[in-house]
Design a protein around this ligand. Structure first.
Ligand code: HGY
Ligand code: MN
Ligand code: MN
Length: 400
């Protein structure tokens, strides 16, 4: 029998939405004042649910169940991409709060910087499983303004705090509820997705070095145009990748910066932020080998030089069969013709926690598949069904 207070769950979501509100979404970059406001708001919520709440030295907000086990861990992230959606991450954290409020033996965690505002990404979920070194924190910079992570932690009042670690053997498994961030559920007229696997994101920084010069006086024969080399290289990637990539691989150029960026100056340098994703390691390795070969070829043919740096290489994860079974049985009971098994094209904290305990994810539909955009949305009815399925699955899995 579900004890979930759906109204309180939806109220929490709409209240958190007001912190850092941007149009119909939110703007809560990691460690920004509005992000820290949301973390302190969450601490109050966790305390109100009877959990022992804390925030650690990398910004993880944790609510520890005070009763006896066996325990589950449940959560996600509450920072957002810039000017983005109100549900990406927040949904999973407040779903965990709803389970705790219903009396389940659940620890709740909002992992810091899942959205990768700082080099390396997934800072919180990698830190909590012991995979984030002090040296990496020293080296990490903000991807938008270059602020050192150490400075951001100090400004947020987190410097010097210890970073927490998950207690070995405390949790039976980790559940993360999330929006789909795609159109499969909506197009299939489905309301629940049971996630089978989570892609790894491999992030790259390419630097093209040409020669800044006059756009008129420099002839076409003698110029070293970093912008043109960048564009030709990206076109070569897009021509070659479909031949070698996996069926569900994706690759994206999120940013091209030309310097100095004036119409009458030949760009001397270009910087490209490029990433590719897949759930299969062989597919990821093929894309890396192809990318390196295309960079070598550009350095043979172009007048500019191209350097390639790996910013981060996450590890893909398969979801736990017993936890998927609990989610599937719950979905079958509550929405028998409205659910499917499916992979995640997005990365999630669950893929890191999966290296420490069994992990599984539950998706609810994204209207129009929109995400990483302020127009991201999901109906209250789908949110309410999702939390009921999660509650049912958590109780089933605890009873196993
Ligand atoms: O980009 C991702 O897959 C995640 O939403 N940060
Ligand atoms: Mn997310
Ligand atoms: Mn996201």
């Amino acid at each position: 029998m579900s004890m979930i207070d759906t109204e309180a769950f939806l109220r929490d979501l709409h209240e958190l939405r007001k912190i850092g509100q941007f149009r119909t979404g939110v703007h809560r970059p990691t460690f920004s004042p509005q992000d820290m406001e949301s973390r302190h708001w969450l601490i109050d919520r966790l305390t109100a649910c009877g959990l022992q709440a804390s925030i650690d030295g990398i910004g993880n907000v944790y609510g520890r169940h005070k009763g006896s086990g066996p325990h589950l861990l449940c959560g996600s992230h509450i920072e957002s991409q810039n000017e983005a959606g109100w549900l990406d991450g927040a949904l999973g954290v407040l779903a965990a709060v709803a389970l705790a409020r219903a009396g389940l033996p659940v620890d709740v965690c909002a992992f810091a910087d899942e959205e990768g505002h700082f080099d390396g990404g997934f800072l919180g979920s990698r830190s909590i499983i012991g995979e984030l070194s002090e040296d990496e924190i020293d080296r990490s910079r903000n991807r938008t303004d270059g602020t050192p992570l150490r400075d951001a932690l100090r400004t947020a009042g987190l410097d010097g705090r210890p970073r927490m670690r998950l207690e070995a053997g405390r949790h039976k498994g980790f559940f993360e509820m999330h929006i789909e961030q795609g159109t499969q559920l909506e197009q299939g007229n489905l309301r629940i997705g049971v996630v089978t696997g989570i892609v790894a994101i491999w992030q790259w920084r390419l630097k093209v070095q040409g020669q800044q010069d006059h756009a008129g006086g420099t002839t076409m024969q003698e110029r070293k145009d970093a912008g043109l080399t960048a564009v030709r290289l990206l076109a070569a990637i897009d021509a070659e990748f479909p031949r070698i990539a996996g069926e569900r691989s994706t690759w994206t150029t999120g940013r091209i910066t030309l310097d100095p960026g004036a119409p009458n100056i030949i760009p001397g340098t270009a910087e490209i932020l490029f990433q590719f994703r897949d759930v299969s390691m062989p597919a990821l390795e093929r894309m890396e080998a192809t990318l390196r070969a295309l960079v070598r070829e550009a350095n043979r043919r172009e007048r500019c030089t191209v350097s390639l740096v790996a910013v981060s290489k996450a590890i893909p994860a398969l979801c736990d069969p017993a936890m998927m079974q609990a989610l599937s049985a719950a979905a079958e009971q509550l929405v028998s013709d409205g659910w499917q098994m499916m992979p995640s094209g997005a990365g999630h904290d669950a893929q890191n926690i999966a290296r420490h305990m069994p992990a599984a994810m539950l998706f609810v539909p994204s209207i129009g598949g929109i995400s990483h955009h302020w127009a991201e949305d999901t109906s209250d009815a789908d949110l309410a069904l999702g939390i009921q399925v999660l509650d049912n699955a958590a109780r089933r899995f605890l009873a196993v």
